[in-house]
Design a protein around this ligand. Sequence first.
Ligand code: PLP
Length: 417
Amino acid sequence: MEEYYEIDNLSKSIGTPFYLCEEDNFIANYQNICQAFQSRYKNFILGYSYKTNYLPYLCNIVKNFGGYAEVVSRLEYDLALAVGQDPSRIIFNGPLKSFPDVELAIENNSILNIDSWYELDFVEEIAKQNPTKPVQIGLRINFNFSDEEGRSHIQSGLATGRFGFAIEEPNFSQVVSKIRQFPNIVVNCLHGHTSTSTRQVWVYEKITRTLCDLAAAYFENTVNFIDIGGGIFGKVPEVMKSGPTPSFDDYAEAVCKIMTSHSWVKENSPYLILEPGVSIVADSLSFITKIIDIKTVNNKNFSLVDGSIYNIKPSMHSINHPFKIVKEFKDDRQIVTNFVGYTCMEKDYLLKDVACEAPEKGDFLKIYNVGAYTIVMTPPFINSAPPIVVKIGDQFKVIRARQSFDDFFKNYLIEMD
Ligand SMILES: Cc1ncc(COP(=O)(O)O)c(C=O)c1O
């Protein structure tokens, strides 16, 4: 009941729907990942994947804990600078960078992972202009992950990943000889992020081993960072599991075992970088929306809410998130219902065919685990983007205000003669 009054009070001041930032979960995930890896390999760096959720409030927590920012665009790079991240603690990834982006990252001593040939051309240009200055870059390496049955584990079952440089010959030798034309280009990082659908431990073993072997073979005196990317599982709620979900310790044990036994690592003690997104932030936001109406159509129950599927899963996947109905008074009636959103889309189901306490007009629906790829992937659709609040002690603080009409339309030409 207390939760109901808290939400009801908030709804009177900021309206509904809104996101609630559960910062304790974020901090616990951050610390648990660091503990798992650092206890097994000392030189560990956590680079928080901004794209997964670049809420500045969370980016600040990462900075204050000494974490790095992993960014994939100039927009995210500039945000990292704006929250006060030391530029040498920014990892700049992504397939699209302009010449000025590359120039700035090199000037700032950021960790700059080159994804493709056109970026190498930029780097060469910079190396030519500054022949006496070291130009530090990282290389993103392309991985394929087919299992014993020949099934690819790359996201969406794609047979070939599209990022980074292939290590099959003659491709990699061409990359190396292009770089070696300029003695001041220094390869300080090898990067191997690969998004897989199964997020299994053997994927990370392969990435770690391959990157260390490549460093030993080609860049033994210059590589200082082995960056295995993100994509690991965090705490997955039971109702959302569709297969095995290794723990932070499982990943850390496998990866650090390779690190601590590799002869090149033993001699050079590089930093190991992990770039977690989902695993750190998924359970750091919940979504709170108000139940506006209840109806039955063809014996099917519908509960209309003032939020939308786009607010909780813009990728439109079909898994129901964990949820709770927040009511003023307990109701013992159980029903199976569908929580549907405010948009005009037939498929706007926030929760489909779920059994729960019978919802009523005026109740609130709280949906958990909506921190990853939600606020960053939701262009405001039909309604403006909801506010975000965080609870600090017994106070709530608005960390993103509701968009106004002016925020929404300020870049459009509205009046035309
Ligand atoms: C380069 C890079 N690092 C880290 C991540 C974070 O992945 P996740 O949110 O699955 O942990 C991604 C996601 O695609 C990525 O592209």
